[in-house]
Design a binder for this molecule. Structure first.
Ligand code: NZQ
Ligand code: ZN
Length: 385
């Protein structure tokens, strides 16, 4: 096992009616800004629950944060925060609202050009406003990690950042608020959490038996419960388990002490920057092709994944690897998510653009061995057409 330094300060308030409990987590004298997305939180009544929990406090609201949140929108919130001297942020939404809130929390305290927060991947962040979250879409793990991703269409960029100052102080996870999710977003969430787990598991053996066991358990849970959530969306235990699985998939626990990949994510971000394809759908295209392409370096873990997650034990190494890649694609398709680039309107010409963007953004040594260069990414994408 590799050495690690694991830190996660986010308090989790989990369960039915837990939104009311956020009143005890927000300081009494705070000037609060509630941040939300395109209106689902208003329609579903989640915002009203938050407003009731904060009754009697000084509260301002900022709505309109887009899926794949935009830099320009975030900067509007920063201006308002500075003008109104806001002291606490509360994100109400999915990964996009939470990621934007992290960026806004850091940008509001940053004296330089806030674009540097993204070009430095967050390393210039030295402080941030405190913030909490009310999660409405289990997927990204943003509710219990310190990372975010911001899109700037003018620059054709979707860039990740990370900072120890960007952990939420608390996150409220009420599985009942996920009942209103459209099928498309349930599926996106399951596949995103699945690929987060894979990015920290499907690398090379590191004698990290606990982390591998946790990861395999998360993967099996998603394979079992994902399709059931589509069939019976209002089953509390299914939604509760999926919500906690998505959080556990990217809160640092399974990633401690193990090699990590993230190539599918970095290539996927460039696809979203190109044509706004949903994040999870980009992963469902890139990952199977990457598994096939990287079957050499990933051989041992692919065989472990085949055996421990899918119960595939028969045949030669390559037969079992073929079978587990097919099973993974089959699972994504079962969730209603297509796995070819053509399904998202991307052709050979677009691949040039994606590969150039990877180069421009410094994504030239991806994967657990830093061995996936732009030409390898091109081969992986061409095989996914
Ligand atoms: O905008 P509103 O109206 O709120 O609607 C949203 C949005 O249209 C809707 N929604 C959310 N909760 C709902 C709901 N609709 C009905 N009922 C509810 N309870 O769902 C749509 C998608 O929301 P979004 O927040 O964009 O989805 P997700 O949580 O999948 O977040 C995706 C973003 O997170 C980034 C992605 O790149 C993408 O930008 N990621 C963040 C990560 C992190 N911080 O660690 C890691 C991930 O790998 C990912 O990159
Ligand atoms: Zn993701």
């Amino acid at each position: 096992m590799k050495n690690f330094n694991f830190y996660n300060p986010t308090r989790i308030l989990f369960g039915k009616n837990s939104i009311a409990d956020l009143k005890d987590q927000v300081p009494d004298d705070a000037k609060v800004m509630i941040l939300y997305g395109g209106g689902s939180a208003e329609r579903t009544g989640v915002l009203d629950q938050v407003r009731s929990a904060l009754a009697g406090r000084t509260v301002l609201e900022f709505g309109g944060i887009e899926p794949n949140p935009r830099f320009a929108t975030a900067m509007k919130a920063v201006e308002m925060i500075r003008e109104k001297e806001i002291t606490f942020l509360l994100a109400v939404g999915g990964g996009s609202v939470i990621d934007a809130t992290k960026f806004i929390a850091a940008a509001a305290k940053y004296d330089g050009d806030t674009w540097e927060i993204l070009t430095s991947r967050g390393s210039v962040i030295k402080q941030a406003l405190p913030f909490g979250t009310v999660l409405t879409l289990p997927a990204t793990g943003s509710e219990m990690n310190s990372g975010g991703v911001i899109t700037n269409p003018e620059k054709g960029a979707k860039l990740p950042f990370n900072s120890v100052y960007c952990y939420p102080i608390f996150s409220v996870l009420d599985p009942e608020v996920t009942y209103t999710l459209p099928t498309r977003q349930i599926a996106n969430g399951v596949v995103d959490a699945f690929v987060h787990t894979i990015e920290q598991y499907l690398t090379y053996p590191a004698a990290a038996y606990v982390q591998d066991g946790f990861a395999e358990s998360l993967l099996r849970t998603l394979i079992d419960l994902g399709p059931k959530a589509l069939e019976t969306p209002e089953n509390y235990d299914i939604r509760a388990n999926l919500m906690w699985t998505a959080t556990m998939a990217l809160n640092g626990l399974i990633g401690a002490g193990v090699p990590q990949d993230w190539a599918s994510h970095m290539i996927g971000h460039e696809i979203t920057a190109l044509n706004d394809t949903d994040h999870a759908r980009t992963l469902a295209v890139v990952l199977p092709s990457l598994m096939n392409d990287q079957r050499g370096p990933k051989r041992e873990k692919l065989l472990q994944y085949a055996s421990n997650v899918w119960g595939i034990h028969e045949g030669s190494d390559d037969v079992r690897i073929d079978a587990v890649i097919d099973a993974t694609c089959g699972f994504f398709e079962q969730m209603g998510i297509k796995t070819r680039l053509g399904d998202y309107g991307i052709d050979a010409h677009d691949i040039d653009h994606i590969v150039t963007a990877l180069q421009d953004h410094g994504m030239t040594a991806l994967g657990e061995n830093k061995a996936i260069a732009p030409d390898d990414a091109r081969r992986i994408l061409e095989a996914a057409l």
